[in-house]
Write a protein that binds this ligand. Sequence first.
Ligand SMILES: N[C@@H](CCC(=O)N[C@@H](CS)C(=O)NCC(=O)O)C(=O)O
Length: 142
Amino acid sequence: MIQLYSFFNSSTSYRVRIALALKGVEYRYTGVNIRVGEQSSDSYRELNPSKGVPYFIDEDGNRFSQSLAIIQYLDERYPQSPLLPEDKVEKARVMELSAAIACDMHPVNNLRVLGYLSKNFGVNDQQNPSGTHIGSMRDLRR
Ligand SMILES: N[C@@H](CCC(=O)N[C@@H](CS)C(=O)NCC(=O)O)C(=O)O
């Protein structure tokens, strides 16, 4: 059975859980509590050197971190309920929005980045830089 290492309110994890649910694929869920640093434990680091969630292992032993790679793999492996439109313009639009979230917005909002900013520069929640990307997301609406 597929195994998913995940945290309940991690946005990168729940985008994979949403894809699994839309595909109707069963999986075993293992919680990794990133709020208390379980992602940095020796045992988890040995499993997933990128020290984050989600982490995915399938029945054939294929292992992936990176939510978008996992979702793309699921979409190709389980073609039912396709996640991407066939039309190339619509597909590019979905990829544009996905990249805006996964590549622009999420990284600056990640725990390790917020921890670094708070520890080294005293940045607080209100100064969280992810807000700057929400404006650019609005500009993407056509
Ligand atoms: N680009 C990766 C990001 C994975 C990631 O950073 N996940 C967060 C949770 S949303 C995490 O594990 N953070 C732990 C940390 O920053 O120490 C993906 O899309 O899967």
